[in-house]
Design a binder for this molecule. Structure first.
Ligand code: PMP
Ligand code: GLU
Length: 408
C-alpha cells in the first residue's frame, strides 16, 4: 500500500467528528507559508492574524517574577483570584460591565473561551446565529457541539455588518446563541453603540437567546466613538457572555490567555468543563496577564496607532488595483478585498475559480500568503493581515498588483 493510501486508510479510523471538521484555514495557510519560506522562497506572510510587536516589557517582567516567586504549581481551574479581580476591574473601567471575579473564567486563549461556552450551552440541533463574515473557527466550534450554524450575511454596502432586521428574521424557536466579533475578524468592521442597541432591542424580545460577544480586538479600534460592549445593556446583562483576552491588544498571542465574563451558572459550567479537560491555564502567563490588565495602556495605544497607519497604507494601495472592491476597516488588523472580478480568469496556466484558488495561486506563484474568504463565510474575498512592517505590506500589495495583471 502506498504511503498516501495508508494515510487515507488510517484517517477513516478517526472519530466522525474529526473527519467532519474543517482544518483552520488561517493556520493551514500559515503552515504552507512557513514551509515555502523554509525552502528558501522570499515569502511575505500575511495569513495569520498576529501582532508583529513584542509583548510590552512590564508584562514580561511580571512573568519572570512569577517564575522566581515560585508560581510553578497548578492554578485554580477558573484562574488566580488576582487575575479574575483584574479582569473584573478592567470590565468596569473599559466596558461599563459589572461582574464579580466569580463571574469570570480564565482559559487558554479566547479561542478556548469561545469553544468552552459553545460546549456548555449547545445541545444537538440548537441553532447558533453567526454574523458573517465571521472568524473561521466559529462554525467549526458549533459543529463540534453538534449545533447548527445559521449564517447571516452582512452586506458589503453596510460595511459587512448585520442589521437588527436581519437578526430578527434569523431567530427561530431553536436559536440558543447569537455570536459576533466587533471589531471584526476578517472585515475590521466595528458595530456602533447605536447598531448594538438596535440588535439588543431585538434580543430583549427573545428571552431564551444568549449573546456571545467576541471583543478580542477591543483595543484596536480606529473609530472616534470607540468600543461599545453589548454586555453593558442592563436588560441583556444576564444573557451576554463577553469574551476577550490579551492576544491582540497586548501583543501576547503565544501566552494563551482568554476569559469569559458571564452569569454565574454559565461561568460555573465552563469551570466544570475546564476542570475535566484542561485544568487552570498556564500559571506564569496568568501573572503576565494580571500585569497587562492592571498596567499602563500606553504600549497598546501606540500599537493601535501603527495599525491605523498600516490600514491607511494597505487600503490605499489595494484601491488602486483594478477590479478590487475594498471596504475601510474601522478596527482590528485585516484588509478584506472582494476579488471576485478575477474569478474565471487565467494566467495561461492556472484558472482562478474562487477565493481558495486566488489565495493558493498568490502564495505558490508570488509568495504572498493570505487567507481565502471562503472559510470566513465570504467566498468573494481574501483576507490580508496588516500586522506587518510597512515595507513588507507595500511589497505584498505590489506583488498582488503584478499578479492580477497576468490574469486574462
Ligand atoms: N476571536 C477572534 C475574532 C480572533 O481573531 C481570534 C484570533 N486570535 C480569537 C478569537 C482567539 O484569540 P486567542 O489567541 O486569544 O485564542
Ligand atoms: N485569530 C488569528 C487569525 O485569524 C490567529 C489564527 C487563528 O487562531 O485562527 O488569523
Amino acid at each position: 500500500m502506498s504511503a498516501v493510501a495508508e494515510q487515507t486508510r488510517l484517517e477513516t479510523r478517526l472519530a466522525d467528528r474529526i473527519n467532519a471538521l474543517e482544518e483552520s484555514s488561517t493556520l493551514a495557510m500559515t503552515k504552507m507559508a512557513r514551509e515555502l519560506a523554509a525552502q528558501g522562497h522570499r515569502v511575505i506572510s500575511l495569513s495569520v492574524g498576529e501582532p508583529d510587536f513584542k509583548t510590552p516589557a512590564h508584562i514580561c517582567e511580571a512573568a519572570k517574577k512569577a517564575i522566581d516567586d515560585g508560581f510553578h504549581g497548578y492554578s485554580p481551574v477558573a484562574g488566580y483570584p488576582d487575575l479574575r479581580k483584574a479582569i473584573a476591574d478592567k470590565l468596569k473601567r473599559d466596558n461599563n460591565i459589572e461582574w464579580k471575579p466569580e463571574n469570570i473564567v480564565v482559559s487558554t486563549g479566547a479561542k478556548h473561551s469561545l469553544a468552552n461556552v459553545i460546549q456548555v450551552l449547545i445541545n444537538p440541533g440548537d441553532e447558533v446565529v453567526i454574523f458573517a463574515p465571521y472568524w473561521v473557527s466559529y462554525s467549526e466550534m458549533v459543529k463540534l457541539a453538534e449545533g447548527k450554524s445559521v449564517i447571516v450575511d452582512g452586506a458589503f454596502e453596510n460595511d459587512f455588518k448585520v442589521t437588527a432586521e436581519q437578526l430578527e428574521a434569523a431567530i427561530t424557536p431553536r436559536t440558543k446563541i447569537v455570536m459576533y466579533a466587533s471589531p471584526n475578524n476578517p472585515t475590521g468592521a466595528v458595530y456602533s453603540e447605536k447598531e448594538l442597541r438596535e440588535i439588543g432591542a431585538v434580543l430583549e424580545k427573545h428571552q431564551g437567546v444568549y449573546v456571545l460577544a467576541d471583543e478580542i480586538y477591543e483595543y484596536i479600534n480606529f473609530t472616534e466613538e470607540g468600543h461599545f460592549s453589548i454586555g453593558s445593556i442592563p436588560a441583556l446583562k444576564e444573557r451576554v457572555i463577553t469574551v476577550n483576552g490579551v492576544a491582540k491588544g497586548y501583543a501576547m498571542t503565544g501566552w494563551r490567555i482568554g476569559f469569559i465574563a458571564a452569569a454565574k451558572w454559565i461561568a460555573d459550567g465552563v469551570e466544570k468543563l475546564q476542570g475535566q479537560v484542561t485544568s487552570g491555564t498556564n500559571s506564569i502567563a496568568q501573572k503576565a496577564a494580571t500585569a497587562a490588565f492592571n498596567g499602563s495602556m500606553e504600549p497598546s495605544l501606540e500599537m493601535a496607532k501603527a495599525y491605523a497607519r498600516r490600514r491607511d497604507l494597505v487600503v490605499g494601495l489595494l484601491k488602486e488595483i483594478p477590479g478590487f472592491k475594498v471596504n475601510v476597516p474601522q478596527g482590528a488588523f485585516y484588509a478584506f478585498p472582494d476579488v471576485s472580478y478575477y474569478f474565471g480568469k487565467s494566467d495561461g496556466t492556472t484558472t482562478i475559480n474562487d477565493s481558495d484558488d486566488f489565495s493558493n495561486w498568490l502564495l505558490n506563484s508570488f509568495y504572498v500568503s493570505t487567507v481565502a474568504g471562503s472559510g470566513f463565510g465570504a467566498p468573494n474575498c481574501i483576507r490580508i493581515s496588516t500586522a506587518a512592517a510597512d515595507e513588507a505590506l507595500a511589497e505584498a500589495v505590489e506583488r498582488i498588483k503584478t499578479a492580477v495583471a497576468t490574469l486574462k
